[in-house]
Design a binder for this molecule. Structure first.
Ligand code: NAD
Length: 365
């Protein structure tokens, strides 16, 4: 690629994560957002106006037709990822796709194959691999300061997603395990040098949001890796008081604890509450954990600096479509485990089109 040229970016989606994508890409000197697309009349237009983006569309093909766009960033509901990625690959665009990669293993194969054929990069947007506190934590493990990894833990918790499609298992594929368990699984794979997952055991429940979803709103996952490392994820959509994201590495010669949000926050008491504390904070009267530089603390600008570098300088991405597929395989195994009450061995092959179906089998009779 011409060294003088910025990587031209097209955003697909114009709401929650696309705003983070825009704010992140804005910090990357080698990238520029040229267009935004959303099917909802007026949304892409408003987004483009607010952020000074030259083009806005309601039609994906119109965005893909812009030659200067090198990289398409997919920030749309899970059930749309595969279709958009296939069209973008056909148009010769490099692709960043939000988590989870797609709905099922067949879609993952289609996406990986299409990108290989079109000779474009398929980059899987798992920001925890770029979260500065977690990057430092991995560094401690890599330099041997903790000895050999024995037990890895990660948890992500809030009181539930902001948009309808997350609650609708037909569009999301599953509940909190699909939505946030995917972060933990890739985090563990990254810490553990992409060693293959050997088995998954999961306990899931719809414990609070029965009126809103057929998906799981609380889940505990236990993963066993081929090299003997054990990992445990705790995921919740029922924890009030804002997003919580933590990890632990227990090694043979040391231990490290990291709390991404509360551990970096300004602990604030306000009688009347405040404008914004942290993602999904809800009511902020009384004590709250007020974050600063939230997207930087989560690693989104760092993630987009890396993906831009991969496109501009033809480098292999740290997280790829293959990683996204491996995460999905473990997610399917987790729902199978929750459905059967048994530990599930990998490789786990299934033709099922949505993970939740392996758990709530009685829903599909
Ligand atoms: N990495 C993270 O931490 C993180 C955080 C939030 C969301 N996400 C992921 O990002 C994706 C989007 O989530 P969100 O929170 O931004 O949702 P959202 O509801 O806030 O925004 C979704 C956007 O997609 C658009 N859209 C819907 N169908 C479309 C289609 N067929 N073609 C093009 N655009 C379409 C909508 O118009 C909207 O602009 C999901 O896959 C979600 O899992 C990741």
């Amino acid at each position: 690629m011409d060294m003088e040229k910025k990587v031209g970016v097209g955003l697909v989606g114009s709401q929650f994560i696309s705003t983070i994508h825009f704010e992140s890409i804005k910090t990357v000197a080698d990238a520029k957002v040229l267009a935004v697309m959303s099917p909802t009349q007026g949304n892409a237009e408003a987004f483009a106006k607010e952020h000074g983006i030259p083009h806005h569309f309601t039609d994906l093909n119109a965005l893909l037709a812009i030659e200067e766009i090198d990289m398409v960033v997919i920030g749309t509901p899970n059930h749309t990822h595969c279709d958009i990625a296939l069209k973008a690959a056909k148009a010769g665009k490099h692709i960043v796709v939000e988590k989870p990669l797609c709905m099922n293993l067949a879609e993952a194969d289609l996406m990986i194959d299409a990108c290989k054929k079109a000779d474009v990069k398929l980059m899987y947007a798992e920001e925890l691999c770029f979260t500065p506190k977690y990057v430092r934590m991995k560094g401690l493990l890599d330099e041997g300061a903790l000895g050999r990894p024995v037990l890895l833990k990660q948890s992500e918790k809030h009181d539930g997603p902001h948009a309808d499609h997350f609650w609708d298992v037909e569009r999301s594929g599953g509940g909190v395990t699909m939505d946030m368990g995917c972060h933990a699984i890739q985090f563990f794979r990254w810490l553990n040098g992409k060693n293959p997952v050997k088995s998954v055991y999961a306990q899931m429940n719809t414990s609070v949001h029965m009126d809103k979803t057929q998906g799981d709103d609380n889940a505990i996952l236990i993963l066993e890796f081929e090299n003997g490392v054990i990992a445990m994820a705790e995921e919740s959509w029922t924890k009030p008081g804002g997003m919580d994201d933590r990890a632990e590495i227990h090694g043979s010669e040391g231990v490290a604890y990291a709390d991404v949000l509360q551990g970096s926050s300004i602990q604030t008491y306000s009688k009347k509450g405040l404008g914004y504390a942290v993602e999904k904070a809800g009511n902020t009267a009384g004590w709250s954990f007020v974050v600063y530089e939230e997207i930087w603390n989560y690693g989104f600008p760092q993630e987009f600096a890396h993906f831009t570098d991969c496109v501009k300088n033809d480098k292999k991405p740290l997280v790829t479509g293959e990683d996204g597929k491996a995460v999905l395989e473990a997610i399917f195994a987790a729902y199978e485990s929750a459905g059967t009450g048994k530990k599930v061995q990998l490789p786990f092959k299934t033709e099922v089109d949505k993970p939740y179906k392996l758990w709530k089998k009685d829903l599909n009779k």
